[in-house]
Design a protein around this ligand. Structure first.
Ligand SMILES: [Zn+2]
Ligand SMILES: [Zn+2]
Length: 421
């Protein structure tokens, strides 16, 4: 038994925001109330801290199987626990690609044996994610996959999107789309604009993303399938999502901490600023911040994308896309969204809990009987992120050395403390 005492309990599902105790028994939440008796329970004093349902990261890359130099399920889920996440959804672009049940099962089993947090794999939409024919979606679902995606790129053709969506609708799985028009994005390494011209780097226009968002929303309308837009970065994409929601289409979206924090003007000739989609313009960031405030954005997801220094420490043009993100996500959200008075703490908690859970068609709450997954954090704890001290095997972060106000203090998974600051 674990008794979490005196925290400010924020549970968006029940609209709770009060100083309460939470008692965990075994792997479940037993009860929530004022001044619960401790008896034989281990006590965690959460005075001055927020006690929330366990954070879910809808989008990450754990690199296992196949690229264990960059990350493993063990190292990646430890970094996730340190970031306050209790469940993470790894994308299928592993080697081999997670396009069949045996790879899905391997990931689930590795997570059970070595993982620090829950791992809910996302299966490929197409075989090898090559956009030609359907992956073994039903078998992957039976093995534990919670969604499908060809992340790294969009599902190649509208015809295949339609097939995938027809199929996923019948299986009640969301399709997660990395939206990008390959013909517009080809060769680009950062957002097209004055900064890309000044740096002499090939640019990608914002329309590359928003054109594909439009296509996929149309396909969601045609098929009735749930569509989730990954790592949305452009104002025009958000406008399309807003319109889809007004039309009551089953469309959701996520935004990464780097896209709501940094902009193209921040890019320097350093591959830690190279990600896909690239950092947007100041206007895009402003639009995303408004989207958080007005409820248009459903979730914050990290797109944690570790790359071993040997592959990332090369010329900007040649470096792979992506940055690590588990350990800085909550602190960046506090900095950019809460301390800047854009959103309330309950809304911030929603973006990490009930928001992503809803995308997956799941519940997330602190109600009795729910899994004892909790994230306990301080909105004020001062600390400095040092990439060299990350639990990840990779170091590719543009936030190395950044000073933060607010941090995860403890991560509880299935009733056990998986991480404590
Ligand atoms: Zn992607
Ligand atoms: Zn990704």
């Amino acid at each position: 038994m674990l008794l979490i005492k005196n925290g400010r309990v924020i549970d968006p599902a029940s609209r709770t925001d009060a100083t309460l105790d939470v008692l965990l028994e075994g792997e479940r939440i037993s009860r929530t109330g004022a001044s619960l008796p401790a008896k034989d329970a281990e006590v965690f004093d959460a005075t001055g801290m927020i006690v929330a349902p366990g954070f879910i990261d809808l989008h990450c890359h754990l690199r296992e199987p196949g690229q264990e130099l960059s990350e493993t399920i063990e190292s990646g889920t430890l970094a996730a626990a340190r970031g306050g996440f209790t469940a993470v959804c790894p994308m299928p672009n592993t080697h081999p690609v997670n396009d069949n049940a045996s790879v899905t099962r391997y990931m689930v089993e590795r997570a059970a044996a070595a993982g620090h947090v829950r791992v809910w794999p996302i299966g490929a939409a197409s075989r090898e994610s090559n956009g030609e024919s359907l992956a073994e979606i039903m078998a992957m679902k039976e093995a534990g996959a919670v969604a499908v995606s060809d992340d790294g790129k969009p599902i190649a053709t509208a015809r295949l999107v339609r097939q995938v969506m027809d199929y996923c609708r019948s299986l009640d799985l969301p399709v997660v789309e990395h939206c990008e028009d390959p013909s517009l994005a080809a060769g680009g390494v950062m957002r097209e604009g004055p900064r890309s011209i000044r740096l002499g780097l090939m640019g990608i226009p914002a329309a590359s993303e928003s054109i594909c968002v439009e296509r996929d929303i149309e396909m969601s309308a045609l098929t009735g399938c749930r569509l989730h837009i990954a790592h949305m970065s452009a104002r025009a994409s958000l406008d399309h999502v807003r319109a889809a929601k007004r039309n009551r289409l089953p469309v959701t979206c996520e935004v990464t901490p780097h896209h709501f924090t940094l902009i193209d003007e921040d890019v320097v000739y350093d591959s830690r600023y190279k990600m896909n989609p690239p950092l947007g313009s100041r206007e895009d960031r402003e639009a995303l911040l408004e989207g958080f405030a007005d409820g248009s954005i459903d979730s914050i997801a990290t797109d944690h994308a570790p790359h071993h220094p040997a592959s990332k420490d090369v010329e900007f043009d040649r470096a792979p896309f992506g940055i690590i993100g588990f350990e800085t996500a909550l602190s960046l959200a506090l900095e950019q969204l809460f301390h800047s008075n854009r959103i309330t703490l309950p809304r911030l908690v929603e973006l990490f809990t009930t928001g992503p859970a809803r995308v997956l068609g799941r519940e997330r709450s602190l109600a009795p009987g729910q899994p004892a997954d909790l994230t306990i954090f301080s909105p004020d704890h001062p600390w400095t992120f040092r990439a060299a001290e990350s639990a990840s095997r990779s170091r590719n972060s543009p936030f190395d050395g950044r000073e933060f106000r607010g941090a995860p203090m403890a991560t509880v998974v299935a009733g056990k403390i998986a991480y404590r600051r």
